[in-house]
Design a protein around this ligand. Structure first.
Ligand SMILES: Cc1cc2nc3c(=O)[nH]c(=O)nc-3n(C[C@H](O)[C@H](O)[C@H](O)COP(=O)(O)O)c2cc1C
Length: 217
């Protein structure tokens, strides 16, 4: 089982969000590998909306670290999305990465994978951030096992809840758990993109082929 932590704080090891995410990892004892990627150490440019990645899957014109990160996401069974609350949203680094992953949304590429959301903030009012992480997860076709957030500093109680979330994440991966309400959301998105892919058939050649190969059309 492979778990990937995407840490979106610029404070690296000083990050309270990372501390909480490590609490989630603690609950993932049976994961064979766990990898932490600090977005602040990666070169991540803004999406140019050239649509090249839709014509040729994941072939971005920008030569930075995003390709590697998206590959890591595809290889993971579970992804811990860890971000501080920046004005009731994920950090710009995480949003910029998400913007570069629209192919994942068009083709529901994270289907069969599971995520957990981790947020810290000054106030603890993180509902919108967690709900955005769930939204992104389902939009990519994956299941959101749950989220944890806390006001800083991260305390023992939050770490204990984080560890329980890690256990739930690994259990869901092991059991290939289904979340019926999220399946409905994912199906709804599939219906939406089916129509779009049909209209853009000649432009988004490889994404269209991906849909055809999956018998989704
Ligand atoms: C640009 C910026 C925006 C922030 N916006 C909020 C906010 O809207 N609400 C809040 O409660 N805390 C806010 N904070 C505080 C951080 O969410 C908080 O300090 C967080 O725990 C930092 O996480 P880190 O230690 O992982 O970097 C903000 C901090 C920064 C730097």
């Amino acid at each position: 089982m492979k778990i990937l932590v995407i840490s979106a704080s610029p404070r690296k090891e000083k990050s309270q969000t990372l501390l909480l995410a490590k609490g989630v990892l603690k609950g993932c004892e049976d994961s064979n590998t766990a990898e932490i990627i600090h977005l602040c150490e990666q070169k991540i440019e803004f999406c140019r909306h050239c649509e090249h990645c839709h014509r040729k899957i994941l072939a971005c014109i920008l030569k930075d670290d995003v390709h590697k990160i998206l590959d890591m996401m595809l290889e993971a069974d579970g992804i811990i999305l860890a971000t501080p609350n920046y004005i009731d949203q994920v950090t710009g680094a995480m949003k910029t990465l998400f913007d570069r992953s629209t192919h994942f949304l068009h083709c529901l590429r994270l289907m069969g994978r599971y995520t957990a959301g981790v947020v810290s903030s000054g106030s603890g009012a993180d509902k919108d951030v967690l709900s955005y992480l769930k939204h992104y997860t389902n939009a990519c076709g994956a299941y959101y096992v749950g989220g944890i957030s806390t006001r800083v500093p991260v305390g023992e109680e939050a770490l204990s809840s984080a560890s329980k979330l890690g256990k739930r994440l690994c259990r869901a991966i092991r059991q290939k758990k289904e979340f019926p309400s999220q399946t409905r959301i994912i199906e709804g998105r599939k219906n939406h993109f089916r129509k779009i892919l049909q209209t853009r058939k000649n432009e988004w050649e490889e994404e269209y082929r991906y849909w055809a190969d999956n018998n989704w059309l």
